[in-house]
Design a protein around this ligand. Structure first.
Ligand SMILES: Nc1ncnc2c1ncn2[C@@H]1O[C@H](COP(=O)(O)OP(=O)(O)OP(=O)(O)O)[C@@H](O)[C@H]1O
Length: 676
């Protein structure tokens, strides 16, 4: 038996239906008995004083009648007691729930009546005396009647108000004979309802035992049967039905759920990062969006999970989300490597880069070279992890985070050179999967959610995927993985006005529908200004402008190492924008550039051949010996004593790689002045 207290109208309707259902299962007499017992049980506290008073009055007057038999006294007093008792009982049955008021009113009424009547009897015992006593007792009950009337009036008012404000009544019908009957109507006769459970949220669960020969699994797994059962149950709109196999017990478990209550979620228009523009710890998750169903903050993890993939149709909010991630990274000590097929999206962050060539534009070969450089660093870091018997980096390892942000993956994947494409996919996959564990977070974004642009090898190693609006379920699956569109990740249902609306899927979790924060250029500039204040000496990267900066439009493809690389020379590098040269102006060969730069970086401390090998510049001393000999002969390098019994090589004073100047007539990118 249920109470309607504290339940909503849906629950009340469901209860009524359920009570009707249970009523059909018992005989009329049993139902009446049960109702009587129920009233007695629930209203016992109201009946007790009435019953006590009637018994007490009856006893006094029976005794009086025995000693002085006359009919007036017992009838008069008995009538009074019965009247007041009936009033009390009636009010109790009508549902007035004030246990303390009842006995008090009742007791007062009876006591006053008794006093008046007894006094009159003493003064002038007679029949009129009895009648006056009766009237007095009745008059004494006026306060009670007044109270009762007011109470009913108030209650009616409240009910009228509640009915006015209540949402339209939902129809929840459990068919007569209900779930078993409905099941029979769908072609599965003979089921018996074993148990009906009501849940506090208004949902219900029916446990049915099926006849021998009918498999609960067959019923539960047949979409047709389940939808027929749903129709036969005539559930109100918005209700959902779940049918599961009860297992060995040969039971079928049917659960109906009311629609989830609507949560009104307010979307903040300002990202919380803007309220605290201080150095940010990349180990903590960053607030990426708001869950549109619950209003909770939803996070992206830069280091604790594998890479991040963001994709969706054009103009739906990819760059905005990307900027939120870059803004967080800009406020860390991370080295930013920005790869932007469109140049304009990430170029405003270029002044925060720590290396001049850490901005890659529309150049797949330059991208591959950068990926190989990052891959070599990952190899070095993993070598240390292996030596130290660890599986991932810790915050106090002393490694500098290296964040790789790639916008518009299509520029680097959707290219005619299949070989370079395959190399890029292979190395990017490796960097995405191994990077975060050694402080190399990677984010890739694409505005073309198609298989040929987001290969499954790339998608599958991304531990966090964000699907902004797409147009088809296939596109959604391309971003999130096969089958997710069918399981409710419906990015393809977002409309063109749903800017920043996305489905976020984290490995091992259910997809969440989210709304990203707006993060427009003025807000991005605030972060940039603050980062420049925090780290004023970052040199920034040059944004390569096509046809202006790149002197060699057809550079030779680099030679990536095979999988698992292991710190080799890394092959050649494509010609990048500034042509590195020796002091005599001749170009530094691709395969020697890394060694030359290592010498530059080492400064007067110099470098031994062994150190160069350990840094992964080459596999063996013999590789660099001829280069060093040549540079010694030219006078660009000097020997400067020994360290650990090895000769230390240093660049001769003032040797450095001059940076090629942009031609005087070249246009300057507004977001990246040549001064950068
Ligand atoms: N969370 C958001 N709230 C409000 N507006 C947003 C949100 N995200 C994006 N927008 C708006 O949507 C528009 C497109 O955003 P954005 O530039 O990020 O799209 P995009 O997918 O990167 O486009 P493209 O693919 O062309 O680069 C912008 O005008 C931006 O202001």
């Amino acid at each position: 038996m249920f109470t309607t207290k504290d339940t909503d109208h849906v629950t009340a309707a469901a209860e009524a239906a359920y009570e009707a259902f249970t009523a059909t299962r018992t005989s009329r007499r049993a139902r009446m008995l049960r109702a009587a017992c129920s009233v007695l049980q629930r209203r016992a506290s109201y009946f007790a004083p009435a019953a006590g008073a009637v018994a007490w009055g009856g006893w006094i007057y029976t005794e009086a009648w025995l000693t002085d038999p006359s009919w007036q006294e017992p009838v008069a007093y008995g009538a009074t007691g019965i009247l007041v008792g009936a009033v009390t009982g009636g009010a109790a049955v009508l549902g007035i729930r004030q246990p303390a008021a009842f006995p008090a009113l009742y007791g007062g009424t009876v006591a006053t009546g008794t006093l008046l009547w007894s006094s009159w009897q003493v003064i002038a015992p007679s029949l009129p005396g009895a009648a006056i006593g009766l009237v007095g007792a009745a008059a004494a009950s006026f306060p009670f009647w007044g109270w009762l009337a007011k109470h009913r009036l108030d209650r009616d008012k409240l009910e009228a108000k509640a009915a006015k404000n209540a949402p339209p009544k939902a129809e929840v019908v459990l068919a007569p004979d209900d779930v078993a009957g409905a099941l029979e109507a769908t072609g599965t006769p003979g089921a018996a309802l074993e148990q009906m459970l009501r849940h506090p949220d208004g949902s219900w669960t029916a446990i049915l035992s099926l006849p021998v020969g009918v498999s609960p699994r067959d019923v539960a797994s047949s979409a047709l049967r389940v939808s027929r059962l749903e129709a036969a149950l005539r559930l109100a709109p918005g209700w959902t039905l779940e049918v599961v196999d009860g297992g060995a017990s040969h039971h079928l478990i049917v659960t109906a759920r009311p629609p989830a209550p609507e949560v009104v979620v307010e979307f903040p228009t300002r990202h919380p990062l803007l309220d605290e523009l201080e150095e940010w710890d990349p180990w903590q998750p960053l607030v990426a969006a708001i869950d549109i169903e619950t209003g909770e903050e939803v996070y992206l993890h830069l280091l604790a999970r594998a890479g991040i993939l963001v994709a969706g149709l054009q103009r739906m909010g990819k760059s905005v989300l990307l900027s939120v991630v870059v803004a967080h990274l800009a406020l860390t000590r991370a080295r930013l490597i920005l790869v932007d097929g469109k140049l304009v999206e990430l170029s405003m962050w270029a002044p925060l880069c720590q290396h001049e060539d850490d901005f890659v534009g529309r150049d797949p070969l330059a991208f591959l070279a950068k990926l190989l450089e990052v891959q070599r660093e990952i190899d070095r870091r993993y070598a240390r992890l292996v030596k130290e018997g660890r599986t991932k980096a810790e915050p106090d390892d002393g490694w500098e985070p290296i964040a790789v942000i790639v916008d518009e993956l299509a520029t680097f994947i959707d290219i005619p050179d299949r070989k370079v494409r395959a190399q890029i996919i292979s190395v990017l996959r490796d960097v995405l999967s191994r990077g975060p564990a050694c402080l190399v977070p990677v984010l890739v974004a694409s505005q073309k959610p198609q298989d040929d642009v987001i290969p499954s090898q790339i998608r599958d190693v991304c531990g966090q995927k964000v699907a902004l609006a797409t147009t088809t379920p296939e596109m959604t699956d391309t971003i999130l993985g096969r089958g997710w569109a069918k399981k409710g990740a419906n990015a393809h249902e977002f409309g063109e006005n749903d800017k920043g609306r996305a489905v976020l899927l984290e490995d091992g979790s259910r997809p969440r529908k989210v709304q990203t924060f707006p993060f427009e250029p003025p807000e991005r500039r605030l972060v940039i200004e603050r980062a420049r204040e925090l780290w004023p000496d970052r040199p920034g990267a040059r944004v390569p402008l096509p046809d202006i900066d790149d002197p060699d439009p057809r550079p030779e493809p680099p030679t990536p190492r095979g999988p698992g690389g292991g710190g080799g020379g890394g092959g050649g590098r494509p010609v990048l924008r500034a042509v590195p040269t020796y002091p005599d102006g001749s170009r530094i060969e691709e395969n020697r550039l890394e060694m030359w730069q290592a010498l530059e970086k080492a400064g007067p401390k110099g470098l031994t051949k062994g150190e160069a090998v350990r840094m992964g510049i080459c596999n063996h001393h013999s590789t660099i010996t001829p280069w060093l000999n040549q540079w010694l002969a030219q006078g660009w390098v000097e020997e400067s004593g020994k360290r650990d019994r090895s000769v230390v090589f240093v660049l001769s004073a003032a040797q450095h790689t001059p940076v090629a100047e942009a031609p005087a007539d070249s246009k300057e990118n507004a977001s990246c002045p040549a001064s950068m």
